[in-house]
Write a protein that binds this ligand. Structure first.
Ligand SMILES: [Zn+2]
Length: 724
């Protein structure tokens, strides 16, 4: 984003560094998991090494690759960076090395920041145009490094797919990182676009040494636009790069006088004890650093929700009022109206046939019943409604916000229209007002955004982003919207994502306590940038028990469980055991029920009520605060799978055990994690599948927790408590 920044340094320490004879300056940053040595060379800064305390360091051979030229009036102009010692700063939790270029006059700030005493350290590069002319800058990566590695050292690379559409059969990848390894993972808001392309990743990667301590490093990107992470192992080097996605090339972005280009913030952290060891630190860090303190202050977060999509687009006042009564009886905490309530796409006013008294009365009724009220809105989508207040794609005043000229026969789909380019200042301003109006007028406690919020690319030459390459662009239609692919796609997403962040940051300031659900067609916008602007994610767009468990298994490696929403939809449950299995497959994080609960049998109703009670009283405190261990292979729906929560402070935990469709295997043992071998633990089998008993930590961690469930598609919850 091009912003003019003030520099909000609060506590400036002197440059506590050692200046060597070569004129170099070095600094350290440290958390309990991550130690970094940083160095300011005369022409470029360098991450010298990363160390997990007590482990051999990862030595970096390369300096940060700073952009070497800019375009001025279409002419490439070389840059010469030189270290500005006076402007640089180094403190206990922040180091900034400043580099200046005299002509054109630019300032580059290379910043590292630790925001907690544990976990990773954040990094960003900012380039400010101090010149009096417009310049165009090429791709500046967020972070590039070139670790020196022993060619004999076995390494493993882990990355995690988004649950976009339907989680794939793999999801969590743990791959030997061997000589010749060359990998690129990408993220945008359009995951799972086509079967021919690799699935998008949550923008994060982890590399560990394959030895007993299972230590290494991980890095992630706090941005929702088009980004990529690449890794290459070649002889004695492991090269990595993170940042905006340079494909399709050539990337360029405009910098008017006074404007600042900011690379997406990345974080880099050390870890021990493998993937779960890393996850247990990273989840806590995401909560503390990126999470919304207002949200976490509420002890009822994550909430239990009833969503109207169980009846599809047919929601109306009668249905809503009935669902509210029913939700209150079941112990649900929020009533969530999904698509179907509005006059039309882009026309975000209640349909007068369905809601003759408006939406606020529905919200007020929910509030009267002790429920919060949430609403689905596709607020970046234009349609064809000519009602006052509607965003009409043919309206000459907004026509230019569409990413391309729409053909005369274009029509929106029932709840999908044309994504506008939020990076256009007027479009952003309209959206800001519209979101504010919707939240205020309809008395919302939660706003869910869906659809494709960030323009895919843009055909316009009069927008703040770069123009498309006229010789290399592709315009096509999918899901009711026209899309553009060209060399400006990444720059378009860069501007649109910043506009989206600005809108939501302002909403949070003006409406403390308002919740944001990040949906974007289910699981396509799961990244660390939206984690810092929203409160929870729809993690997949497929809602059967297996898809819910798979999406949770993957995403929970990186993000706090409380933020991970599973929608539980209607599924065949001939037996009550199957019904519990269905519910519990969505009860490991944020639980949203998306079933017409009036269709439940009395037995199912009373069972659901009991499970919701259990969720609120016993499971939720663990989902919020406990460590999480992936104690089985990823669910396949056939075999057994399980997840373990263990809270070392409260000395209690729970294992969710699931028996898939396999008939033969009536018992299964899951080796647990995080316990003390010599301690004794009381096991409480919630469904009484076997008698409760007390066992040692050693037994639970070696032989495992033995679970007996004869029925296919059944489950058990085993509560664990340390006993004196
Ligand atoms: Zn545009």
């Amino acid at each position: 984003m091009m912003r003019t920044i003030g520099i909000p340094w609060l506590t400036l320490l002197h440059l506590a560094c050692c200046a060597s004879a070569l004129g170099q300056t070095s600094a350290h940053l440290q958390t309990s998991d991550t130690e970094l040595v940083l160095e300011a060379g005369s022409a470029a800064p360098r991450l010298v090494n990363l160390k997990v305390p007590g482990q051999p360091p990862w030595e970096n051979r390369g300096s940060e690759g700073l952009i070497a030229f800019v375009d001025i009036s279409d002419k490439p102009t070389p840059l010469h960076w030189s270290f500005n010692r006076e402007a640089s700063q180094s403190g206990n939790d922040r180091v900034t090395f400043v580099y200046d270029c005299a002509s054109p006059h630019l300032r580059l700030t290379w910043e590292w920041r630790s925001r907690q005493s544990y976990g990773p350290v954040e990094h960003q590069i900012r380039i400010e145009n101090l010149d009096n002319q417009e310049i165009w800058i090429p791709m500046q990566d967020s972070l590039a490094f070139n670790w020196q590695v022993d060619p004999q050292q076995p390494l493993e690379h882990s990355f995690v797919e988004k649950g976009a559409n339907t989680p794939s059969p793999l999801g969590t990848h743990q791959v030997p990182l061997v000589e010749g390894y060359h990998w690129t993972g990408t993220s945008s808001t359009y995951g799972d676009l086509s079967d021919s392309e690799p699935r998008e990743i949550i923008p994060w990667s982890l590399v560990q040494r394959r030895d007993a301590a299972q230590t290494g490093w991980y890095a992630g990107i706090e941005f929702s636009g088009r980004t990529r992470i690449a890794l290459t192992r070649d002889k004695d080097t492991l090269q990595g790069v993170l940042g905006l996605n340079p494909d399709p090339s050539p990337f360029k972005t405009r910098l008017a006088p006074g404007e600042v280009f900011e690379t997406p913030v990345v974080f880099l952290g050390g870890f021990r004890d493998g993937l779960d060891g890393a996850g247990n630190v990273l989840r806590r860090w995401v909560r503390a650093v990126l999470g919304n303190p207002e949200t976490w202050k509420n002890p009822n977060y994550p909430l239990v929700v009833n969503n109207s999509w169980g009846g599809g687009m047919d929601v109306d006042e009668q249905v809503a009022l009935r669902m509210i009564r029913d939700s209150a009886e079941l112990g649900v905490e929020m009533f969530h109206v999904d698509a179907g309530w509005f006059r039309g796409v882009g026309d975000w006013y209640p349909n007068p046939q369905k809601f003759p008294h408006g939406l606020a009365v529905i919200a007020d009724d929910a509030h009267k019943h002790g429920l919060k009220f949430g609403l689905w809105v596709d607020w970046t989508q234009a349609g064809l409604s000519t009602e006052p207040g509607a965003l009409n794609a043919r309206d000459p005043r907004v026509h230019d916000w569409m990413v391309t000229d729409l053909p005369a026969d274009w029509k929106p789909e029932p709840f999908k229209g044309q994504t506008i380019d939020l990076g256009v200042p007027e479009a952003k301003q309209w959206a800001q007002h519209e979101v504010e109006r919707i939240v205020t007028d309809y008395h919302l406690d939660m706003l869910e955004h869906d659809g494709y919020l960030v323009a895919h690319g843009c055909d316009r030459t009069d927008h703040p982003h770069a123009a498309p390459d006229p010789l290399n662009k592709c315009i096509y239609k999918s899901w009711g919207s026209y899309w553009v692919d060209s060399s400006n796609s990444t720059d378009v997403s860069y501007h649109a994502v910043h506009a989206y962040y600005d809108i939501y940051s302002k909403m949070r300031r003006d409406h403390p306590g308002l919740l944001f659900e990040i949906c974007n067609d289910g699981g396509r916008m799961v990244d660390f940038g939206s984690a810092s602007h929203g409160d929870y994610f729809s993690i997949t767009d497929t809602y059967d028990p297996l898809s819910n468990r798979r999406a949770f298994y993957d995403t929970s490696h990186l993000l706090p469980s409380a933020m991970l929403e599973s929608y539980v939809e209607k599924w065949p449950t001939p037996r009550i055991e199957n019904f519990r299995y269905m519910l519990r497959s969505g009860m490991m994080g944020w639980l949203t029920i998306m079933i017409d609960t009036n269709a439940w049998s009395p037995e199912q109703r009373s069972e659901a009520k009991r499970e919701i009670d259990l969720y609120k009283n016993e499971l939720r405190p663990l989902i919020r605060d406990a460590n999480l261990y992936h104690v089985s292979p990823r669910p396949d729906g056939v075999h057994w799978d399980a997840m373990e929560y263990w809270d070392p402070d409260r000395q209690r935990g729970v294992v969710y055990a699931f028996h898939g469709t396999v008939e033969g295997e009536k018992t299964h043992s899951f080796p647990l994690n995080g316990l003390q071998p010599s301690e004794r633990y009381r096991l409480r089998f919630y469904d009484h599948s076997v008698l409760d008993r007390t066992v040692t930590g050693r037994e639970l961690m070696k032989q495992g927790l033995k679970v007996t469930l004869p029925l296919p598609d059944s489950s058990e919850l085993i509560f664990i408590e340390a006993t004196p």
